[in-house]
Ligand binder design. Structure first.
Ligand code: FMN
Length: 207
C-alpha cells in the first residue's frame, strides 16, 4: 500500500511539516509506504496515480488555503490525476472548527467533488499534542480498510438508470454493468442513478 501526502506551506519546518511527519509516521506504522511532496501549481502530477491513498493538506493564510496546493488544482493536472483516488484532507488554521469548515475546507473540497473523501480534519495549534492527528489517521484507515469488498456490489439500480441501461445495445451491456457496479462500489454509493452513471463514464472514460 502506498500513500502520498501532498501539501503546501510558506514555512519550512513549521506546523504543517510537523503534522505531515506525524501523519506519515502513523501511516508507515500501519504498513503504508509513505512519501510527501510539496505542491507547485505547474508540476506534473501523473506520479500520483501510483499511490493508493492521497492525503492533501495545507495551512490557511489570510483566509485562503495555501496557494500552491490550490494552484495545483486550478492550473496543474492534479485534479485529473486524482481521478478514482481515495483521498483524505486536512487544514491547519487558527480559526475555530465551524468557521474553518464553512470558509476554508470548501476551497479544497470544491476540487474533489468526484473523489471518495475518507476523512477530513481541521487542525488547530495543539494538533500534535491533543491526539487529533492520531484520530485523523484512524478515521482515514477505518474508511480505507472498509474497501470495496464489504460493500460488494450492493448498490441498487434506480428505475431510471435501469431503463437507460436497457436501452443500450446488448453487446455493450455486460461490460458496462460490471464497470458501473464496480465504480459505485468503489465510491461507496448505495444507489446507481443516472448521475452516478454519468460520473462513472466521465471518471473512467478519458477526458
Ligand atoms: C501570515 C499568516 C496568516 C494567517 N492567516 C490565517 C487566517 O486567515 N485564518 C486562520 O484561521 N488562520 C490563519 N493563520 C494561522 C495559520 O494557518 C496556522 O498558524 C498554521 O498552522 C500555519 O502553518 P505553517 O506553520 O505551516 O506556516 C495565519 C498565519 C500566518 C502566519
Amino acid at each position: 500500500m502506498k500513500a502520498i501526502i501532498l501539501y503546501d506551506s510558506k514555512t519550512s519546518s513549521g506546523s504543517t511539516e510537523a503534522v505531515i511527519d506525524s501523519i506519515g509516521l502513523s501511516l508507515a506504522e500501519s504498513g503504508f509506504y509513505v512519501e510527501k511532496a510539496k505542491c507547485t501549481p505547474f508540476a506534473d502530477y501523473r506520479f500520483v496515480r501510483d499511490f493508493d491513498l492521497v492525503v492533501l493538506g495545507a495551512p490557511v493564510y489570510y483566509f485562503v488555503v495555501a496557494s500552491q496546493l490550490l494552484g495545483a488544482f486550478i492550473h496543474g493536472n492534479l485534479k485529473k490525476n486524482l481521478r478514482r483516488k481515495k483521498v483524505a484532507l486536512f487544514l491547519l488554521c487558527g480559526s475555530s472548527e465551524p468557521v474553518a469548515a464553512l470558509l476554508y475546507l470548501p476551497q479544497l473540497k470544491m476540487h474533489l467533488m468526484r473523489n471518495k473523501i475518507l476523512a477530513e480534519k481541521i487542525f488547530g495549534p495543539a494538533a500534535l499534542s491533543d491526539g487529533t492527528v492520531d484520530s485523523f489517521v484512524e478515521d482515514m484507515l477505518l474508511e480505507y480498510n472498509k474497501g470495496p469488498k464489504s460493500r460488494a456490489l450492493s448498490a441498487k439500480w434506480t428505475e431510471e438508470a435501469k431503463e437507460w441501461f436497457d436501452s443500450m445495445p446488448a453487446f455493450m451491456q455486460g461490460k458496462f454493468k460490471t464497470m458501473a457496479e464496480e465504480y459505485a462500489e468503489e465510491m461507496g454509493y448505495t444507489e446507481i442513478t443516472l448521475d452516478v452513471l454519468e460520473e462513472a463514464r466521465d471518471n473512467l472514460g478519458g477526458t
